[in-house]
Design a protein around this ligand. Structure first.
Ligand code: MRU
Length: 358
């Protein structure tokens, strides 16, 4: 089972209504040293929490943004449904600027905005409309939990005959509202009494593998081995890895996949060693508007993430820095993509289209 700790949740002030309330989130920048929970009460604070990776991972960012919209609906008295809808639109536009790559952010804000417009035809009274919009945000969260479970059940058959896997970054419970994506099959395998060893890339520069994935898997009783990113080729060469499992931030129509920087290198290494390379992500991570990965916006992050380590300078003053947070793995290097609806194999244009429909 994934750790019982909730990455984020909506806490209503009263038991019988969702609004007013606040977001309680686990500050992931503090792991593994401390388990610090934060109360987020306004959209600006949530924007900062997303930008600084206190809450991170594509599905969790989507859930956080959906809840973030609710924060703009509770401190102002709205005189009409239209006034409230204008606030939803404004906050959605603002939250959409927090990070550019994970499409789940835009997917969740778009779904919430469309739901709000639709609900306004039923609920003319602003407080009743706000409460109905809040139910939609909670539905996104619950669906995220169910989606992780389904990915785990579809993905677990990829582990048949596999003793050990390698993963990159954190696509686990901490990156979602529940089971995670890349780690979900491991949790399901564990429930079935099967043991799979997990090798975890530390994931420079922000160490999501070391700080988050290793932490959450150890909490759940897995055998975890940590390695620096540049050790993966040699590990594969020893014949230790049966499969590579990673998550995704955005998957284009042809299967090209944006995920944490270093994923592309792993896919190349897996191909060179004839190891299957699997991407696991919900359909909310599919971007049907993009034919391929060339137009996926890649976030570039501050130089200090590379020039400093644990608060200490490790590079000379004045050095230029290349710090993309994500890369795009070409579809040709991906063995299969697992989503909550099943397993897609190449050619992905066709198999992903079937899953995206309906
Ligand atoms: O910068 P991060 O920590 O948000 O990057 C996260 C990843 O790259 C994950 O692999 C991806 O979002 C999938 S999470 C299920």
């Amino acid at each position: 089972m994934p750790p019982a700790i909730r990455t984020l949740e909506w806490i209503p002030k009263q038991p019988d209504r969702l609004l007013p309330g606040f977001i309680r989130l686990l500050d992931q920048t503090r792991l593994p040293e401390t388990l610090t929970f934060r109360e987020v009460r306004d959209p600006t604070d949530l924007w900062l929490a997303i930008r600084t990776l206190q809450v991170r991972g594509a599905p969790a960012i989507g859930v956080a943004a959906a809840m973030g919209l609710l924060l703009s609906l509770q401190n102002t008295p709205f005189h009409s449904a239209n006034e409230l809808l204008a606030a939803v639109r404004k906050t959605a536009q603002y939250l959409a600027t927090a990070r550019p790559t994970a499409v789940n952010l835009f997917w969740a804000l778009d779904r919430m905005s469309r739901a709000a417009e639709h609900l306004a035809s039923t609920f003319a009274d602003p407080p009743a409309l706000a409460e109905a919009i809040a139910r939609e945000a909670l539905a996104i969260q619950n669906e995220d939990i169910a989606m992780g479970r389904a990915i785990g059940e579809h993905g677990v058959r990829l582990l048949d005959g596999v003793d050990a896997i390698l993963t990159h970054c954190n696509a686990g419970s901490l990156a979602t509202a529940g089971y995670g994506t890349a780690l979900a099959p491991l949790y399901v395998a564990q429930e079935q009494g099967r043991s799979v060893a997990v090798y975890v890339d530390e994931t420079r520069p922000l160490l999501q593998g070391a700080r988050l994935t290793a932490w959450e898997l150890i909490q759940s009783g897995f055998s975890v081995t940590l390695l620096c990113d540049n050790m993966a080729a040699w590990l594969m060469r020893q014949g230790k890895i049966g499969a590579v499992l990673v998550g995704a931030d955005r998957i284009a129509s042809n299967g090209d996949t944006a995920n944490k920087i270093g994923t592309y290198a792993l896919a190349l290494l897996a191909a060179a060693h004839r190891i299957p390379f699997y991407v696991l992500a919900p359909t909310s991570t599919f971007d049907r508007a993009l034919p391929d990965g060339t137009a996926i916006p890649i976030e570039h992050r501050p130089a200090e993430e590379i020039t400093q380590f644990a608060g200490r300078g490790i590079a000379p003053e004045g050095v230029s820095v290349f710090n993309p947070a994500f890369d795009v793995t070409p579809a040709a290097l991906i063995t299969a993509i697992v989503c909550e609806k099943g397993l897609a194999r190449p050619p992905f244009e066709e198999s992903l289209r079937i899953f995206s429909a309906g």
